[in-house]
Design a binder for this molecule. Structure first.
Ligand code: NAD
Ligand code: ZN
Length: 344
């Protein structure tokens, strides 16, 4: 079968690889109908996340179940969306509802640090613990709409939840890539009155503004000054950081009001940063950073898409054949594509 494989830093290929097989009785094999290139895939493309040459990339996917292990309740022919990270459903972390901290969890196509699980930018994929890690796609949704619930929409929505956004609040979203755009949609869906959207690229800010956010261009203006101006010098109630790295986390501490909350989801190769201790202490800031807990929130995001309250497909700029994945990565990396969907 065809699959997108990592070859070297900055080099991916569409290769012929062996079709996956059932390994456990809780596995299924999914025929992938849609997959996508995520901002997180760029980290391995750039060599910031180690990947073994020849391994299949990708973790955002929908598909149809082709084959099931003997203990699986889902059925052959079911249309499903996958969660980008897997969980077992039975360890202490899973029983606490902290599926992203599962003791045997992994991320599809994200290398040895994240469990060496096969990727999903391929014609077929093996999904372990399928009843835990797949959701049926509601009948009224296209695969392309549901795809986003398995990763970036639910990541963004979970961050808005983790930041404790309440009705009537003002929220800043740093980064208007696909995750940031979905954080804007999620903040409004959870009752935010105002969303201040910060990015460096005009076209990304235009999309944010089309959703009702107030655009703040960090390359042509001082984002702190502008946000203070818009909040009577107080700062925002909550900040969602959707870029990754110390620079924008430190910016979040500047933007948040005393007593406010920060939820960061951006991934970075930096392992540490200088924590703004005094600022955090005097402002009494709540700071949270972590991987998304997709299983906790995916049913809510599927419901928001089904009810029309959130349309995640607005971020799609390109639909390409899986065979054209090399071009897709290149366009996405050069920021000439806002979201690339690959069709096997
Ligand atoms: P992306 O790279 O497409 O978007 C990032 C955006 O940030 C771009 O629009 C860029 O112009 C903007 N930006 C860069 N520097 C900035 C700055 N100094 N100030 C303001 N804006 C700036 O990525 P994405 O797909 O939207 O994902 C965002 C981040 O979320 C990535 O790091 C990704 O790995 C991460 N992510 C995390 C999880 C998780 O579980 N925590 C899940 C999915 C994605
Ligand atoms: Zn992702």
């Amino acid at each position: 079968m065809k699959a997108v494989t990592f070859q070297d830093v900055g080099v991916i290929a569409v290769s012929d690889v062996a079709e996956p097989e059932l390994l456990e009785d809780s596995d299924v094999i999914v025929r992938v109908t849609r997959c996508a290139i995520c901002g997180s895939d760029l980290h391995l493309y750039h060599g910031d996340i180690p990947m073994m040459p020849g391994d299949t990339c990708g973790h955002e996917f929908t598909g149809v179940i082709e084959d099931t292990g003997s203990s699986v309740k889902l059925k052959r022919g079911d249309r499903v969306v996958g969660t980008f990270h897997t969980a077992c459903g039975g360890c202490n972390a899973c029983l606490r509802g902290e599926f992203h901290l599962c003791s045997s969890g992994a991320v599809f196509g994200y290398g040895p640090i994240y469990g060496s699980l096969n990727g999903t930018q391929a014609e077929y994929a093996r999904v372990p613990k399928a009843d835990v890690n797949l959701r049926l796609i509601p009948a009224q949704l296209e695969d392309e709409q549901a795809l986003f619930a398995g990763d970036i929409l639910t990541t963004a929505y979970g961050a808005v939840k983790n930041a404790g956004v309440m009705i009537g609040e003002t929220v800043a979203v740093i980064g208007c890539g696909p995750v940031g755009i979905m954080a804007i949609q999620s903040a409004f869906a959870r009752g935010a009155a105002r969303v201040l959207a910060i990015d460096l690229l005009e076209e990304r800010l235009n999309l944010a503004a089309s959703l009702g956010a107030i655009a703040v261009n960090g390359s042509t203006s001082d984002p702190v000054g502008r946000v203070m101006q818009l909040t009577d010098g107080e700062g925002v109630d909550a900040v969602i950081e959707a870029v990754g790295g110390p620079r924008t986390i430190i910016l979040a501490f500047e933007l948040v009001r005393p007593g406010g909350r920060i939820a960061a989801v951006g991934v970075s190769s930096e392992t540490t940063f200088e924590y703004p201790l005094m600022q955090s202490l005097t402002k009494d800031v709540t700071f949270r950073i972590g991987l998304a807990n997709i299983h906790r929130d995916i049913d809510e995001t599927l419901a928001l898409i089904s009810s029309g309250k959130i349309d995640p497909t607005i971020v799609i700029s390109h639909r390409l054949s899986l065979s054209d994945a090399v071009e897709g990565y290149d366009l996405f990396d050069k920021r000439q594509a806002s979201k690339v969907i690959l069709i096997p």
